[in-house]
Design a protein around this ligand. Structure first.
Ligand code: DSN
Length: 417
């Protein structure tokens, strides 16, 4: 692969080839990552990257847009079919721009948004004080309940009554439970707020019928396309028809310029893949694998936050294991297990060295891992953390990881030569 690039720019070609090798040789547990199909990769590397197409299909500011119009229309129609959406905008460049465009479509500066606290599983763009959006909108943050691990819906309702938000926001990056969209909608109706779900993490699980779908119920639903949905890196907004014009205007010209049509083509390809019956099996297997990993880790005395997992991820509190999240991530990197350090609810430690790690099953499920493989993964993680000072044991674990990954070839059609 990369025969032209190797001659023209060997440094970049070498780094890409090394990255392919790295992806092949690790157990990838970052819950927001996945492996796209070769057809998605081909679309991303296509001549569509050359084209400017500000505007929307049938109404562009540039000539020569007849082919990209076909592509963008297909992406929109397939997304509508997949999620049962009334209107779809496939132009957001990624999840953060999608959320920002949605806020500006629905709200005025200074308006109040009720979203989940970051350390309880929310996302940076849901009002973290380090973001610019937190200076423009008035974010208030609800939390999960310590005892049940669930979103504290009663507290959320009280906060909504007291603060009268214009928008109630659900959808999380580290929360591992199902979401009661009906309850949120009832609260929103009670205080006359609009509803928004950011389903970036679980979009593939929803598309595959393995989790509840907020799209028919909520006003606006944003997502990325590259996580469980297994498409290219990008974003998307779905909404009720009554918000269609303001959503489209907020994306372009409100916030973005020219859409990335190579990316939109790759989204369309991924949506077609997600419509196939095999994708339902994939979504189901992600959940089965997460449960298998959870069972093994619980038996090995790992503390699972939020009580349990009902989706693709596990947030683990490592404070009983005498190791921080940062140390654990670095140690696991050494044995070719990739995950990310993560805050736990109300974490007493700092974000760059928090108390937990976050583990997910989507990427390795794409490679073909089943429950028994994830039982082995749980065991490998535990042994790694127990043997942190034993280089021989760590080398042995790394060999076991390599043996396991070799059984599940990644991109066999791509040659590193
Ligand atoms: N950075 C993504 C994640 O890892 O969850 C969310 O945007």
């Amino acid at each position: 692969m990369l025969n032209i690039l190797k001659n023209q720019d060997p440094k970049i070609a070498d780094a890409i080839i090394l990255e392919l090798e790295r992806q092949r040789n690790v157990i990838e547990l970052i819950p927001s990552e996945n492996f796209v199909s070769p057809a998605v990769l081909e679309s991303l590397g296509s001549v569509l990257t050359n084209k400017y197409a500000e505007g929307y299909p049938g109404s562009r500011y540039y000539g020569g847009t007849e082919n990209v119009d076909v592509i963008e229309n297909l992406a929109r129609e397939r997304a509508k079919e997949l999620f049962g959406a009334e209107h779809v905008n496939v132009q957001p460049l990624s999840g953060a721009p999608a959320n920002i465009a949605a806020y500006f479509a629905l709200l005025e500066p200074g308006d109040t948004i009720l979203g989940m606290d970051l350390s309880h599983g929310g996302h940076l763009t849901h009002g973290s004080p380090v973001t610019y959006m937190s200076k423009i909108f008035n974010f208030i943050r609800y939390k999960t309940n310590k005892e049940t691990g669930l979103i504290d819906y009663e507290n959320l309702r009280q906060m909504a009554i007291e603060n009268k938000p214009k928008l109630i926001l659900v959808g999380y990056s580290a929360y591992s439970r199902e979401i009661d969209y009906e309850k949120i909608k009832q609260i929103a109706d009670e205080v006359k707020a609009m509803t928004m779900a950011d389903i970036a993490h679980i979009a593939g699980l929803i598309a595959g019928g393995a989790m509840k779908n907020p799209v028919p119920l909520f006003d606006v639903v944003t997502t990325t396309t590259h996580k469980t949905l297994r498409g290219p890196r990008g974003g998307m907004i779905m909404c009720k028809e009554k918000f269609a014009k303001q959503i489209d205007k907020a994306v372009f010209p409100g916030f973005q310029g020219g859409p990335h049509e190579h990316n939109i083509a790759a989204k369309a390809v991924a949506f077609k893949e997600a419509i196939q019956p095999e994708f339902r099996e994939y979504a189901k297997q992600i959940l089965l694998n997460a449960k298998a990993l959870e069972k093994t880790l619980k038996e090995l005395d790992f503390k699972i936050m939020f009580g349990q997992t009902e989706n693709h991820l596990l947030l683990i509190d490592l404070s009983n294991k005498n190791i921080s999240g940062k140390e654990a991530q670095e140690l696991l990197d050494k044995v070719n297990i990739t995950c990310n350090k993560n805050m736990i609810p109300d974490d007493p430690r700092k974000p760059m060295d928090p108390s937990g790690i976050r583990l997910g099953t989507p990427a390795m499920t794409t490679r073909g891992f089943k429950e028994s493989d994830f039982e082995i993964v749980g065991d490998l993680i535990s042994r790694t953390l127990e043997n942190k000072a034993d280089e021989t044991a760590l080398a042995e674990i790394k060999n076991e990881v390599l043996e396991l990954t070799r059984k599940f070839p990644l991109y066999p059609e791509l040659s590193a030569k």
